[in-house]
Design a protein around this ligand. Structure first.
Ligand code: ARG
Length: 465
């Protein structure tokens, strides 16, 4: 084994030096380098607070701030050396600062531990991540609302239960169901954000510090809503990250349901939806193929979302109070979870914004499947028949119509009256999917009035009007 010795400046206590394999094992730079902006911001805020409480002189703070900003520029330009033996982005930045500004740099870590520093950076990252995800969800929602609110939203389509044709609804109503679904994800992430938005900085390693830090000031400088009350909890808490991951997992599950529907709806067998070519691929062998690969990947990515949540919760399970190094790997779950979902959302918005309902095909097959059977039962209810009785009558009528190979609306009046003498001539105004949709009365149903109401709600909420 090539035991390349490394030396860490903070290892005053320890004599042994890690070999290269161990140094690699200890390091988290590959993932936490993504936190550099937050680390620089957190350090500048910490230093400013140290300056304000008299633990740094103005000249020292100025040098630290200038140094940190320059380091940030170098990282952005890909010019900062990041040796693995420094373990993480936090040590890389602090070491670079000490190298550049000398003694003032050695004061930056006053009253601070990597434990509260990491927790702070992560919370800053998670706060942005939650905001970005909400924005991504809203873009996807806008695309869906655009489709639902356009001309195609007024098409009559089958709604399904058990993936069997069930009742007719307006297409816009079906599309807005997904808007509701992911709307809950946005609300969940916004709610999680409140618990993310808590500043652990100043909690130190575990017990806080004897130095007179002004924690509220640091929190204020970083735009946090409040400070963590308990230093032990503050350093070992990753609930906020688990909540973010749950938000991603749930969103992934929702996107997978939408993707599955549209994959199915775009098949030759269903033919309800036509996806834009830009979001499809062909086959390397079968020249006729147009596959919904983007939607299939979105459907599959729910797996990653769920796995990352389970991974993070497993990592947190049974951890003793305070920081444990296990927590270093929290980012390996949270970061891919967020990255995957933001990418999936961007593609989903594109798919939704360019898809078209296949109006002709839908109209041509709308009479199949007795979508108006429930409406016929409800017609009988309005004529005074008990619903259970009406249900039986219509069930028998559907069986009869099936024998004749006809839709209910094509049955002669005598046949309908044979089934129930409550049937009158007006029955035909209640039959056929188009008529059914016109009669939906209750709030939240699949008709035009309800669609307009939902559209108004979402257009306002998404600032589309
Ligand atoms: N890279 C570590 C992390 O992300 C830094 C914390 C190390 N703290 C410690 N006490 N060894 O969690």
């Amino acid at each position: 084994m090539g035991a390349k010795a490394t030396k860490k400046s903070w290892h005053g206590r320890l004599a042994g030096e890690a070999d290269a394999v161990t140094a690699e094992f200890l390091a988290s730079l590959d993932v936490d380098r993504a936190l550099w902006r937050y680390d620089v911001a957190g350090s500048i805020a910490h230093a400013q607070m140290l300056r304000e409480v008299g633990l740094l002189r103005k000249a020292e703070f100025d040098e630290i701030k200038k140094g940190l900003l320059a380091i940030g520029e170098d990282i952005e330009a890909g010019k900062l050396d990041m040796p693995t033996e420094l373990e993480d982005i936090h040590m890389v930045i602090e070491s670079a600062l000490i190298e550049r500004v000398g003694e003032p740099g050695r004061k930056l870590h006053t009253g601070r531990s990597r434990n509260d520093q990491v927790a702070t950076d992560l919370r800053l990252w998670a706060r942005d991540a939650a905001d970005d995800l909400v924005e991504g969800i809203e873009d996807f929602q806008r695309a869906l609302v655009g489709l639902a609110g356009g001309e195609q939203g007024t098409l009559v389509v089958p709604a399904y239960t058990h993936l069997q044709r069930a009742q007719p609804v307006l297409a816009g109503h079906a599309v807005l169901a997904y808007v509701e679904m992911v709307g809950r994800d946005a609300a969940r992430l916004a709610d999680a954000r409140e618990r993310i938005d808590v500043c652990p900085l100043g909690a130190g390693a575990v017990a806080g510090t004897s130095l007179p830090l002004d924690r509220a000031r640091t929190a204020q400088l970083l735009g946090f809503a409040r400070i963590a009350r308990n230093s032990i909890d503050a350093t070992g808490d990753r609930d906020f990250l688990a909540e973010l991951c749950f938000g991603c997992a749930m969103l992934g599950v929702h996107l997978s349901r939408w993707a599955e529907d549209w994959i199915v709806y775009s098949t030759g067998e269903f033919g309800l939806i036509e996806l834009d070519d830009a979001y499809c691929t062909s086959s390397s062998m079968m020249p006729q193929k147009k596959n919904a690969d983007t939607l299939e990947l979105i459907r599959g990515q729910a797996a990653g979302g769920i796995a990352n949540l389970i991974g993070l919760l497993s990592l947190m399970k049974s951890l003793p109070l305070g920081y444990g190094r296990d927590l270093q790997d929290d980012k390996r779950f949270a970061m891919p979870a967020v990255a995957q979902m933001s990418q999936a959302l961007a593609v989903a918005a594109g798919v939704a914004g360019t898809a078209r309902f296949n109006a002709e095909r839908i109209a041509g097959s709308l009479d199949a499947g007795y979508l108006d059977a429930t409406a016929l039962a409800e017609y009988l209810v309005e004529k005074g028949v008990a619903f259970r009785t009406a249900h039986g009558i219509v069930g028998r009528l559907v069986a009869r119509a099936e024998e004749l190979g006809k839709p209910l609306s094509a049955l002669p009046l005598e046949t309908l009256r044979d089934a129930s003498d409550a049937v009158g001539e007006d029955v035909y105004k209640h039959l056929g999917p188009g008529n059914v949709v016109k009669r939906y009365a209750a709030d939240g149903a699949g008709g035009a009035r309800q669609l307009r109401k939902q559209l108004r709600y979402w257009q306002r909420k998404l600032a589309m009007d």
